[in-house]
Design a protein around this ligand. Sequence first.
Ligand SMILES: Cc1cc2nc3c(=O)[nH]c(=O)nc-3n(C[C@H](O)[C@H](O)[C@H](O)COP(=O)(O)O)c2cc1C
Length: 171
Amino acid sequence: METWDAIRARRNVRAYEDRAIAPDHLDRILEAGWRSPSASNRQHWDFVLVTEPSQLQELSTVWTGAGHLAKAKAAIVLVLPEPEDGRYRTIDQYDLGQATMAMMLAAADLGIGSGHAAIGDQEACRRILRTPTDHICAYMLAFGYPADRPLKPIAKPNRRPIAEVVHRGRW
Ligand SMILES: Cc1cc2nc3c(=O)[nH]c(=O)nc-3n(C[C@H](O)[C@H](O)[C@H](O)COP(=O)(O)O)c2cc1C
């Protein structure tokens, strides 16, 4: 898919076909995250790939808005070390956002749908993934071939009017 088409086609996909994702496609999605820029090239992130259905089912319970993970074919959990200083908290979140979008666009390029999920129950996530206690399970991305929302460029996305969002030269 052309980059511009992938940008316009990406949307949250939360229902998936019962079709496995090839391991090399998952590797490419992970590599997209790995290649992402981060402030001072800190790379304060770890990505935990989960493909085991029982683990995906468990992860679907760590947040009320994470139900779609139960039927996903894979998930990537974005894990952050506790920031050494409070001022890095925003920076690290910004960096994770960049890695997230890179992975979602790489997936869209391959025709693979993706869906965000936040994490409420840190203890449960740590137990499921065995992450260290000085790390935070920040967000999850679910992946699978779309069952209900085809990845085609969206002509009219559900967004605030562009003229209201974009300011040129001054507010
Ligand atoms: C930081 C962040 C957290 C999100 N958390 C969830 C979530 O927990 N569950 C969910 O279903 N969607 C979640 N979303 C998806 C948003 O609801 C979605 O991106 C937004 O409604 C725009 O829709 P689109 O991605 O289809 O364009 C999250 C998105 C972001 C950026």
